[in-house]
Write a protein that binds this ligand. Structure first.
Ligand code: ZN
Length: 522
C-alpha cells in the first residue's frame, strides 16, 4: 500500500517522478502524478531578485546552451564511452572563457573539470553536468517509438543531454552575472561522466575534488517540477566468484565440485536475508556466469549483487552479512568464494536550506507550453497507454522527507559539500525515466525549454550562493547537522583507480582527437 505524503501524492509515483536523479532508479513509473494544488499565494517568499537577472543571462546564451542540448542528444553515447559528448561541453565552456583544468579526471577519460575565477578569496560553487545515454532507447523527436538519427541502439532516455546543458549553461550564465556585478568567486564545472554505470562523482569524491567547494548544484529531468528531502539510497555493487572443479557430469560427477551450486546456495541465502533486513533495503542480483554445458560440472560461476539501504551504515552491515553467506555457500559446496566489492555510493543527504532556496527559484521560473508541445506530450501518453494529462504546468509544493529505493552518485558529493538539486519537466506526466518518450521529448522544444529554464534556475541560485555568506553558512550548518558523526569514507578500494569496463580506445594516452586537442591529464 503506497503511503501518501501531505500533498496526497503516493510515494511510488513521486519516486518515479522524483527530482533527484539516480538514473537506474526512476524507471518504475507508469503512474500519473496528480498535479498538486497551486502553491500557497501571498505569504510565500517573493521571487529571488537574481532570477530575472539569470533569465536575461540565459537568453543571451541561448545558442550555446541549445547547441549542447541538441548535439549531445544527436550523438548519444553509452556510459564510459562519452568522448563526443564531453568534447561538446569542453568546447562550449572554453568558448565561454572557462579554463579546462583537468581531463581524464579521476581515471575516467570522459570526465573533466572546467573553472573560471574572478577576484580573490571568493566562494567556490560547483555544477554537475552529466551526458551519458542508455542502450536501447534511441528515438526520433516524434511522439511514437521509432528509431532516432543514430538508430534505436543508444538514446538519451534519462535526459542527460538536457541535464548537462542546464548545468553547463547555468555555469556560463552565472559567469556573465558575476562579471556584470563584479562578484569575486570561482565557478567549477565537474564533467560528470558515466552516471549510468560507475558514476565518476564517486571517484572524484574519493580523490577530494569537492573538498574546497562551498556548494554544488544539479538537477534531473522529470515529469514534475519540484524539490524536497528525497533520500536516495546508499548502495554497494559486488561480484561474487565461485571456483570449483570440473568433471564429467554423467560419468563421474562425484569428482566435480560445482561452482554453480555454490552460486545457487548463495542466492538462496541472500533471499533468506530479506525478511531480516530493513524494509527499505534492496537486494538484487543476476547470474553473470553459470557454467557452459550441463554435461560439465561448472568450475566457475559469478553473481553480480547490488545492495541498497537508506544509509551507508546499513549497506555496510548487509554487505558483511552477504560476504558471510558467500563463505557459507562455498563451505557447503567445497568450493572457493571471492568477494569483490568494487563500487559503492552514499545516500543523498538532503540540505534543507538549499531545498527551500531552490524552491523559490523554481517557483519564479515559468512553466509554459505551446499547444503543439502539449499535443506532443498527450500523443506520447496515448502511445504508452497513460492518461493523456499533458505536461506539468505548476511547481509542486516543497516535498517532505522520503526514502527512495534508487541511488545517485550525487550522494557522495552531498556528504562533502551542500548540494541543491531539483526536478524539472522535460517529459509528460506519468512517463517514467529510461523510456523512449524521454528521448523523444529531449530532442525537441520541450527538451530545449528544460535546458534553458534549468540553466536559469541554476545560475540564479549559484549567484545567490556566491553573494550571500549567510546562505552559504546555513547550508553548511545543515550539512554538518544532517551528517552527524558519519565521516565520509569512500566505498572504493584505495587501489581502484578507475571504473572497470572503460573501452580501450578511450584509454589511449597522449593527444586524443576526441578531446579537440585538450591535453589529457592522464
Ligand atoms: Zn539520469
Amino acid at each position: 500500500m503506497a503511503q501518501k505524503d501531505r500533498t496526497g501524492i503516493d510515494r511510488r509515483s513521486l519516486l518515479a517522478a522524483s527530482a533527484a536523479g539516480g538514473a537506474t532508479t526512476l524507471a518504475s513509473g507508469g503512474v500519473v502524478l496528480a498535479q498538486a494544488p497551486a502553491a500557497p499565494p501571498a505569504a510565500a517568499t517573493p521571487p529571488p531578485a537574481s532570477s530575472a537577472v539569470a533569465a536575461r543571462a540565459v537568453a543571451d546564451l541561448r545558442d550555446p546552451i541549445l547547441r549542447i542540448s541538441r548535439e549531445v542528444w544527436a550523438n548519444p553515447e553509452r556510459s564510459l564511452h562519452e568522448a563526443k559528448s564531453s568534447a561538446i561541453h569542453i568546447r562550449e565552456l572554453q568558448a565561454a572563457g572557462f579554463t579546462i583544468t583537468s581531463t581524464g579526471t579521476s581515471g575516467t577519460p570522459t570526465a573533466f573539470i572546467a573553472q573560471w575565477t574572478q577576484g580573490t578569496g571568493g566562494p567556490i560553487i560547483g555544477y554537475l553536468p552529466e551526458y551519458d545515454a542508455l542502450p536501447g532507447l534511441g528515438n526520433a523527436a516524434e511522439p511514437r517509438q521509432t528509431p532516432g538519427p543514430t538508430g534505436a541502439e543508444v538514446g538519451h532516455g534519462c535526459g542527460h543531454n538536457m541535464l548537462g546543458a542546464g548545468c553547463t549553461g547555468g555555469a556560463m550564465a552565472l559567469k556573465r552575472m558575476m562579471q556584470q556585478a563584479g562578484t569575486a568567486g570561482t565557478i567549477r564545472v565537474y564533467g560528470c561522466a558515466s552516471e549510468e554505470s560507475q558514476g565518476v562523482k564517486v571517484y572524484m569524491a574519493r580523490d577530494g575534488l569537492f573538498d574546497d567547494c562551498d556548494a554544488c548544484l544539479a538537477w534531473h529531468p522529470a515529469p514534475i517540477a519540484g524539490t524536497g528531502a528525497i533520500r536516495m539510497a546508499a548502495n554497494n555493487s559486488q561480484r561474487i566468484r565461485f571456483r570449483g572443479r570440473t568433471a564429467h557430469a554423467g560419468n563421474n560427477p562425484w569428482d566435480g565440485r560445482s561452482a554453480l551450486k555454490a552460486a545457487e546456495l548463495f542466492a538462496h541465502g541472500i533471499n533468506l536475508m530479506r525478511e531480516h533486513v530493513q524494509p527499505t533495503s534492496r537486494l538484487h542480483y543476476i547470474y553473470e556466469n553459470a557454467g557452459v554445458a550441463p554435461n560439465i560440472v561448472p568450475d566457475f560461476a559469478q553473481v553480480w549483487l547490488t545492495i541498497r539501504g537508506v544509509d551507508r551504515a546499513q549497506v555496510v552491515a548487509m554487505t558483511e552479512w552477504a560476504r558471510q553467506v558467500a563463505e557459507g555457500a562455498a563451505l557447503a559446496t567445497q568450493t572457493k568464494a571471492e568477494y569483490d566489492l568494487y563500487y559503492g555510493m552514499y545516500d543523498l543527504l538532503p540540505n534543507d536550506t538549499l531545498i527551500a532556496h531552490m524552491h523559490r527559484h523554481l517557483s519564479a521560473t515559468p512553466l509554459e507550453w505551446t499547444a503543439e508541445e502539449q499535443a506532443f506530450a498527450r500523443a506520447c501518453q496515448k502511445e504508452m497507454n497513460l492518461p493523456e494529462a499533458g505536461l506539468a504546468t505548476r511547481v509542486l509544493p516543497q516535498l517532505g522527507e522520503i526514502s527512495a529505493g534508487g541511488s545517485t552518485d550525487v550522494g557522495d558529493v552531498s556528504y562533502i559539500t551542500p548540494v541543491g538539486i531539483f526536478g524539472w519537466p522535460t517529459m509528460p506526466l506519468g512517463v517514467s525515466l529510461h523510456t523512449w518518450a524521454v528521448t523523444a521529448c529531449g530532442g525537441m522544444s520541450i527538451g530545449d525549454k528544460g535546458s534553458l529554464n534549468t540553466a536559469r534556475i541554476l545560475a540564479g541560485a549559484g549567484f545567490d550562493l556566491m553573494t550571500d555568506a549567510a546562505l552559504r553558512k546555513a547550508a553548511k550548518d545543515d550539512l554538518v547537522r544532517r551528517r552527524g558523526k558519519t565521516e565520509f569514507v569512500s566505498a572504493l578500494r584505495p587501489e581502484q583507480k578507475r571504473p572497470q569496463g572503460i573501452p580501450a580506445f578511450l584509454l589511449k594516452t597522449g593527444e586524443d582527437d576526441a578531446f579537440s586537442g585538450v591535453r589529457s591529464a592522464g
